[in-house]
Write a protein that binds this ligand. Structure first.
Ligand SMILES: [Cu+2]
Length: 266
């Protein structure tokens, strides 16, 4: 019976490793697209590289511990070892080794990730091509663009809901706010994920490297309608973006004239 359990436990690292290898190709890129959605961000490879490094580290530890576990079950099966077990009182050397080794690995990760963190969270672009204000609320994304004057809080600010447009190959600076509860601004294709916290304005940035339409979702369980809190990110050329913004401006001016109101009900 012990041998059966040993083989069953051995299946865990075997299947785990199998899936891991199937999901990767030679360049550590997803073969079956299991790990990541398409990366369309200038910083994306930094995040992905960090993820893969940590996955390899934890993967090796995982296989080593699982194989050891299976071997112990096999070796010390009660049926083939009739003698009573002998107890030991620990090994000082082993204790030192398995304390220092994980500490060294954690220290390595802490130092290794410094640059990724600085790049994506500390060194904000000095001269962003576009600044957008994103306000999360149950259950939608409210977006505000500066008008022709390039400044917020003026009469020509432009508003949309769940429809984020940005120009290609420019640094986009987002000022993230929340109107009610915790939300999380998540652009999977740009490797951007940031909590939106009530009472705070949090800057984040990215630089899209491909045109197209991508998901904008909320990654924080924020209430009954969390599942439908999703928008679109449209990355387009500078010309297309300016055209889109012009149309938005015209539409908004018309609404102002006909309703004689400056309320913005998404
Ligand atoms: Cu939400």
């Amino acid at each position: 019976m012990g041998k059966f359990w040993a083989l069953l436990f051995l299946l865990v690292p075997l299947l785990g490793t199998g899936l891991f290898l199937v999901a990767l190709d030679a360049d550590n890129r997803p073969l079956l697209n299991h790990w990541f959605p398409r990366d369309v961000s200038a910083y994306g490879h930094v995040i992905d590289g960090l993820f893969m490094t940590i996955l390899w580290l934890t993967g090796i530890v995982f296989i080593a511990t699982e194989v050891t576990l299976a071997w112990f079950i096999w070796r010390y099966d009660a049926q083939t070892n009739p003698d009573p077990p002998k107890f030991t009182h620990g090994s000082h050397n082993l204790e030192v080794i398995w304390t220092i080794l994980p500490a060294a690995i954690l220290l390595f990760i802490a130092i290794y990730q410094l640059n990724a963190w600085a790049e994506t969270r500390i060194r904000a672009p000095a001269d962003p091509g576009l600044e957008v204000e994103v306000t999360a609320r149950q259950f939608e994304w409210r977006l505000r663009y500066p008008g022709a004057d390039g400044k917020f809080d003026t009469a020509d600010d432009l508003y949309t809901v769940n429809d984020l447009h940005v120009p290609l190959e420019e640094d986009i600076l987002v000022q993230l706010k929340s109107e009610d509860v915790l939300h999380s601004f998540f652009l999977p294709n740009l490797r951007v994920k940031q909590d939106a916290v009530p009472g705070m304005k949090i800057p984040l940035w990215f630089r899209p490297t491909a045109t197209g339409s991508f998901d904008l979702v909320c990654a924080e369980l924020c209430g009954w309608g969390h599942y439908k809190m999703k928008g679109r990110l449209t990355v387009q050329s500078r010309e297309d973006f300016d055209r889109w913004r012009g149309q938005l401006r015209n539409a908004q001016n018309k609404t102002h004239l006909s309703e004689d109101s400056d309320e913005h009900d998404g």
